[in-house]
Design a protein. Structure first.
Lengths: 112, 113
């Protein structure tokens, strides 16, 4: 079946450090890939997405590239801020807009 | 405001109580979902509704009963819950076929005592 594997957290970084959160997936065909973010006490918000191989999703300084050859969708940001502290979820959708499969989430803490 | 509104935000209920969670979406989406988020566990998909019809029930105990009276509203009726049902319950909606992912509500934090 379809599944997503994320690196275990928590990840703790100093402000302005480089961030990478790894995500790999298992799926047949060409799923759509997403990153969601959950700030404390809130629901999940869509951060970025990519719908085909080699697409790069980007938003708020975060980027992720859909790599079919390595079945990966790693999240990166060049310089994190304290306000980026949250839980990040990688997800895939085999059918367009339907049945998202989520990873377990990676908690990020950015310290001043 | 995300376009998906959940009420109440917090709920404490006894094991013999009956309560309902409400979700409303203002996005014109045609699919709605209930997820359960427990500490240190992956998000668990509970129920899926497409065009008001339930299309998925992921082995959820019968003490959770969903209702979708129209494409904008989704309820989760709760009765005789257990303490392990304490969690954040998230509602989401999407438009099938557009590949834009889900829009989530802020969730209801449920505590069963």
């Amino acid at each position: 079946g379809n599944s997503v594997t994320q690196m275990e957290g928590p990840v703790t970084l100093s402000e302005e450090a480089f961030l990478t959160i790894n995500c790999t997936y298992t799926a047949t065909g060409y799923p759509s890939l997403f990153w969601y973010v959950q700030y404390p006490g809130e629901g999940l918000q869509l951060l970025l997405k990519a719908t085909k191989a080699d697409d790069k999703g980007s938003n708020k300084g975060f980027e992720a590239t859909y790599r079919k050859e390595t079945t990966s969708f790693h999240l990166e940001k060049g310089s994190v801020q304290v306000s980026d502290s949250a839980v990040y979820f990688c997800a895939l959708s085999k059918n367009s807009g339907y049945a998202l499969n989520f990873g377990k989430g990676t908690s990020l803490l950015v310290t001043p | 405001e995300t376009g998906v509104t959940q009420t109440p935000r917090h709920l404490v209920m006894g094991m013999t109580n009956k309560k309902s969670l409400k979700c409303e979406q203002h996005l014109g989406h045609n699919a709605m979902y209930w997820y359960k988020q427990s500490a240190k566990k992956p998000l668990e998909l509970m129920f899926v509704y497409n065009f008001k019809e339930q299309t998925e029930n992921n082995s959820v105990p019968s003490r959770f009963s969903p209702e979708c009276p129209n494409s904008s509203h989704l309820f989760l009726h709760l009765h005789t819950l257990q303490p392990e049902d304490s969690a954040l319950y998230l509602c989401a909606s999407s438009q099938l076929g557009q590949g834009k992912g889900y829009t989530f509500g802020s969730g209801t934090r449920l505590t069963v005592v």
